[in-house]
Design a protein around this ligand. Sequence first.
Ligand SMILES: Cc1cc2nc3c(=O)[nH]c(=O)nc-3n(C[C@H](O)[C@H](O)[C@H](O)COP(=O)(O)OP(=O)(O)OC[C@H]3O[C@@H](n4cnc5c(N)ncnc54)[C@H](O)[C@@H]3O)c2cc1C
Length: 372
Amino acid sequence: MAAHYDVLIVGGGIAGLSLASALAGSCSVALVEAEQELAYHTSSRSARQLIPSYGPDVVRELTVRTLELIAARDAQLPEPVLTPRSFMLIGTEESVRAEGSGHMNAITHDRALKLCPALVPGTFSAAGLDTGSFACNAPLLLEDHRQRAEAAGADIITGARVHSAQRLGSGWEIGAGQEAFEAGVLVNAAGAWADELAVISGVEKLGLQPYRRTAAIVDVEHPVPGHSPMVAAADHTFYFRREGTDVLISPSESVPSGPEDARPRPGDVERLIVKLNQLTTLGIRGVRRAWTGLRTEVADGVPVAGFDAEAPGFYWLAGQGGYGFQTSSAMAELAAAQILAGQGTGHSTVADHHPASRTAEALAATRWSIRR
Ligand SMILES: Cc1cc2nc3c(=O)[nH]c(=O)nc-3n(C[C@H](O)[C@H](O)[C@H](O)COP(=O)(O)OP(=O)(O)OC[C@H]3O[C@@H](n4cnc5c(N)ncnc54)[C@H](O)[C@@H]3O)c2cc1C
C-alpha cells in the first residue's frame, strides 16, 4: 500500500532539505533521495560562500533574506553556520564595475593588496569589496535542516530514485525505488535532474541546463592570512580563498553537461595552478583533492520557485545555479508559504508560466519579509 503525505519532495540536496525543514510540522512531508546519502551531488561540492553582491537582483534579495534566517538560527546552535568572510573582486575598471554592484564598494589597489598580500601588484587595476559576505559551514547547515525536518515528523528516505509519477485525482502517485507514495503536492528539487523528473511526471521541461564547475584544495608554500577575503576575477577566470592552511581554488568554468556524477577533467586544475602561480605568490605545490559539481539554471539565470501553471500540484524548486546555498533558506520560506497556501487545491499560485517571473512574483508577494 502506498504511504500518503501532503507533500513529497524529490531531492536531498540543500534545496530539498531546506524545504523539508521549513514545511515539517505544518503538514505531512516525505523527502526521497536517489543516492544512499543526502547531499551527494552539487550540495557537497560548493565553495561554501554566501555573497550578497553576487547574482541577479532577485538572487541578491534572496541572499540577504537567507543570511537573516540562518543568522537567527545560528543563535540556537552550539557552533555557527556563518562566519564573516569578505568577498573581493579584482580585474579591470570595466569588469569590476560591471560585476560588482549593490553590496559591493570600490576599493583602492593598495587596499586590495593589504587585504590579500598574495596578489601580485600590476596583475589587476581595480577591486571591489563586499564586507557583508559570509563563509558557510555547509555540512552543518544541511545536517541542521535534516534534524529539524525529522524532529518535526518528516520522513527522509535515501536510496529511492523516483522512476514514475502520475497525476491521481487531486494529487500524485509516485514510485521511488521499491516504494510507492501518494502526495497532494510533488516538489521537484532534483537539481541537475529536475527536467528529467518533469518528463517522468508528464510535465513540460523548463530548459534547465547543468554547467560543470571544478574546485580543488591545494597545498601552498605561503598560506593565506586568516582575515583575507575570498578573491574572484571579475572576468570569471578563477577564484580562491583560504581553507585552513590550504587554499581552495576554482577555474570558474561553466561548461554545459548532462545530469551526471561530474568529475574533474584532466588539465583543468593543473592549468589553473600555472596561472595562479603567476598571478599570486601563493606558491601552489600540489593538489590535495579536486571535485566537480553541476550548477543548473534556466537561460536567464533566475532560480525557479513556483507551482507549474499547467501541472496542478507540481512545484518547481530548481535552477539555483551557483547560488543554491545563498538563496536556500529564503527560497524554502517562499516555497513553504506557497505550498501551504495552494496545497491540495491543484491551483497554481503563480500565474505566469515563464520561469523567470516565478521567483520574482513570489518575491513581490513576500517583499515585507525581505530586509531592505
Ligand atoms: C564548484 C561549485 C561551487 C559552488 N559554490 C557555491 C557557493 O559558494 N555558494 C552557493 O550558494 N552556491 C554554490 N554553488 C551552487 C550550489 O552548490 C548549488 O546551487 C546547490 O548545491 C544546488 O542544490 P540542489 O539541492 O538544487 O541540487 P543537488 O545538491 O544536486 O540535489 C539534488 C538531488 O536530487 C536527487 N535526485 C535527482 N533526481 C532524482 C530522482 N529521480 N529521485 C530521487 N532523487 C533525485 C539527486 O541525487 C541530488 O542529490 C556551487 C556549485 C559548484 C559546483
